[in-house]
Design a protein around this ligand. Sequence first.
Ligand SMILES: NC(=O)c1ccc[n+]([C@@H]2O[C@H](COP(=O)([O-])OP(=O)(O)OC[C@H]3O[C@@H](n4cnc5c(N)ncnc54)[C@H](OP(=O)(O)O)[C@@H]3O)[C@@H](O)[C@H]2O)c1
Length: 255
Amino acid sequence: MKEKFDLENRVALVTGGSKGLGKVMAQAFALAGANIIISSRHEDELKQALEDILSGTSVRGHYVVADLSERAETERLAREALSVFGHVDILVNNAGANRPQPIDELTDENWDQSLELNLSAGMVLSRALVPRMKERRWGRIIYISSIMGLASKEGRNSYSTTKTALIGLARANALDLGPHNITVNCIAPGPFLTDLTLNLLTEEQRATAAAATALGRWGKPEELVGPALLLASDLGSYITGSVLVVDGGLLSKTW
Ligand SMILES: NC(=O)c1ccc[n+]([C@@H]2O[C@H](COP(=O)([O-])OP(=O)(O)OC[C@H]3O[C@@H](n4cnc5c(N)ncnc54)[C@H](OP(=O)(O)O)[C@@H]3O)[C@@H](O)[C@H]2O)c1
């Protein structure tokens, strides 16, 4: 059973791996034996995060500074990832941002950047990395969607749009790639305490979110490790085109 979680000789690229959910997932993949590539916009954070991720492991790691709201930067990330290790076996399209604006105040800049970062960057990376996965007849793609892709909240116009679209993208990818032994899934996290949610919500809103879950609390980033390892390893070999909701039971409530 243990070897089914084993990621030895795999290479994992986790976008937004400098902190929050991305860092925790990258850490788990490294501990399971995968070589790691992480990316974000801030080199100082990436350097420190990579050190933390590699510590206590014998795997190799690399970071790439890239702004994924710029198409050319995303394409460069894909090229660099392939040139460092020769292939990427596990791609976690995780980098994302949530900039609430009501529909009648939504700026073109917010809409365009959200679509590029939260949605298109994932498509661009998958498109670029899939050919090597096909050659190796093994691959795992995980898109980090959100419960905001299955329900929504006031002002989440660009965010919910992108997170819902990722689910459609994952399903279509799964159909294209199934014959090549590549699985493609979404994880839809509920409320997890990270910089994203800490900067977005007031203390009162955070208490409301906790109360809306069945478990009555926020998720800890480490609680995403199990779902990510399942979908990234051989243990999840028959799961594809799925959405794995990890929300402490939030979506189970009506009101
Ligand atoms: N936390 C939650 O409750 C929650 C719930 C549902 C879904 N999610 C999703 O989970 C993913 C990770 O969220 P998180 O909570 O871990 O957020 P986080 O702590 O804010 O981390 C976001 C990561 O993405 C990177 N990033 C942001 N903008 C970027 C850009 N333009 N180009 C490249 N990298 C960029 C950030 O690095 P830099 O800022 O340094 O670039 C950071 O590494 C996101 O897709 C989010 O929508 C989170």
